[in-house]
Design a protein around this ligand. Structure first.
Ligand code: DQQ
Length: 481
């Protein structure tokens, strides 16, 4: 068995997978369509794969749903798109790739999402309005508002950064341009986050009295971008004015192209794609590439920050549990190993760790955290480090693997520890994917490929002074495959 293949996250049986597409709950059943290459473990030849689930955790693989039509407007690939309820029929708006051109195409299902049929009049939107010099024209996100259909498309204004275009239609087939929903505008020196040359996969929706726009910022030239941003703000007169901008996931390239949908219970749920952090040769040799992150429940903090929580359904995977209370972790003397916990190890775990920040914050320059996927001698380990003084939380994968085919890195969440007495880290380990939730306010997805079978240890560490762990719960997670 491939030790790096996740066991409780969604992924295809084999070959390449990327963006989630067409997320919808239809007559009680969740459907996940996704970008895939059915022939190889490398990106290309894009089709829509398909799976369904009653709980967003246990998935059933279904036949490929959409393939390129030779001679059709999608003959070079069926790229990303969304699903809507079209007067009682599930309908998909997707990107048809045709050379370098991108068109909006429509498909629908007459048999309750067993199969999809392409609309004979495709494409339903052939090209952007004349006169715009754009980078990309793709990834429709569609909703109903005031008796009409509205659609956003991801693009960039050449030389001027990302943008989202807005269209409306009475019937999903005839689209009218309404101008940009939002444009990045010129880059300003004080902007903390570069928003890229184009915005892929916009996902736009109301949440907590405001609106949220998720975009995947892309820039293939310096200063480069390949990460997911969220914006919160006001949607008025068919324009979106952004008030807050942040990364949705601080793992950068390892969380991309998320799509958020509303389920039948009215929950806003996002699923993102995590690419591999090992060489293409290693991906081809493994025969699979790409995994979906755990679905996240989205909400809005009163101050406008996006709250993200793993869906509660994931708790059904919890198996054997171990708990500790009131632990004091002292700095290890030089050359001594960090603190391990009797009986706690593994590569498919959920952990909830409550760090008491009251003293640790006051202590000058203290840092503390967790080591996971650690070999007994520490030759391999992945670090989750809290640094209150430098206001950051770092996930370090530089020592995660001794294999040379892996891309290591340090990924950091800017995090303000002031005013928090207890920091709750919720960590999911599933073979090569790690998701770290910090107080549900910041999330970081990382990929690790330890080369040693004994790299399964968990340890706690403190530097510069002790840290108190108020509580630690850990569960062995049950596989879904
Ligand atoms: N992936 C799709 C595009 C999208 C990109 C192609 C984002 O539609 O813009 O596979 O990863």
């Amino acid at each position: 068995m491939d030790p790096h293949r996740p066991r409780y996250h969604f992924l295809r049986p084999a070959n390449w997978m990327n963006d989630p597409n067409g997320l919808i709950q239809w007559q009680g059943v969740y459907h996940l369509f996704y970008q895939c290459n059915p022939e190889a473990a490398v990106w290309g030849n894009m089709h829509w794969g398909h799976a369904s689930s009653s709980n967003l955790i246990h998935w059933q693989h279904l036949p490929t749903a959409l393939a390129p039509t030779p001679g059709g407007p999608d003959h070079d690939g069926v790229w990303s798109g969304c699903a809507v309820n079209w007067n009682g029929l599930p309908a998909m708006l997707y990107t048809g790739r045709d050379g370098e051109s991108e068109h909006v195409c429509l498909a629908f299902s007459h048999d309750g999402l067993h199969t999809l049929e392409k609309y004979s009049g495709n494409p339903v939107l052939f090209a952007p309005p004349p006169g715009l010099d754009l980078v990309g024209f793709r990834d429709p996100c569609v909703w109903q508002e005031d008796g009409q259909w509205w659609m956003t498309l991801g693009t960039g204004m050449r030389g001027a950064g990302g943008a989202v275009l807005l269209y409306s239609s009475p019937d999903l087939t005839d689209w009218q341009y309404h101008g940009p929903l939002i444009t990045a505008g010129p880059r300003r020196a004080q902007d903390a986050i570069w928003t890229g040359e184009m915005w892929e996969c916009p996902s736009f929706f109301p949440l907590g009295g405001q609106h949220v726009l998720l975009i995947s910022a892309m820039d293939t030239h310096p200063p480069y971008a390949l990460y997911t941003l969220y914006m919160t703000g006001a949607y008025r007169d068919h324009r979106f004015s952004m008030e807050r901008l942040s990364k949705m996931d601080w793992g950068d390239v390892y969380y991309y192209a998320p799509q958020a949908f509303l389920d039948e219970r009215g929950r806003r749920i996002a699923i993102g794609w995590s690419r591999e952090a090992r060489s293409i040769d290693a991906q081809v040799a493994a025969g699979w590439a790409g995994v979906m992150t755990l679905p996240r429940l989205l909400d809005l903090h009163p101050d406008g920050r996006l709250l993200q929580q793993p869906i509660p359904e994931a708790e059904a995977l919890r198996g054997e549990r171990r708990s500790w209370e009131d632990l004091t972790i002292n700095p290890a003397p030089a050359g001594q190993p960090p603190t391990t916990l009797e009986g706690l190890s593994g590569d498919t775990l959920e952990m909830i760790v409550d760090f008491d920040l009251r003293e640790a914050r006051a202590g000058n320059g203290r840092s503390f955290g967790l080591l996971v996927r650690r070999s007994p001698g520490g030759e391999e380990q992945t670090e989750i480090r809290c640094e209150p003084r430098s206001r950051r939380l770092v996930v370090g994968t530089r020592r995660s693997s001794q294999s040379e085919s892996v891309t290591p890195g340090d990924y950091e969440i800017p995090f303000d520890f002031s005013g928090i007495d207890t920091l709750r880290l919720r960590v999911f380990l599933d073979c090569s994917i790690i998701e770290v939730y910090a107080d549900d306010l910041a999330v970081l997805t990382a990929r690790v490929y330890p080369s040693r079978p004994d790299s399964t240890g968990i340890a706690l560490f403190a530097e510069g002074g002790p840290v108190r762990v108020a509580r630690l719960d850990a569960w062995q997670m049950q596989p879904v495959w």
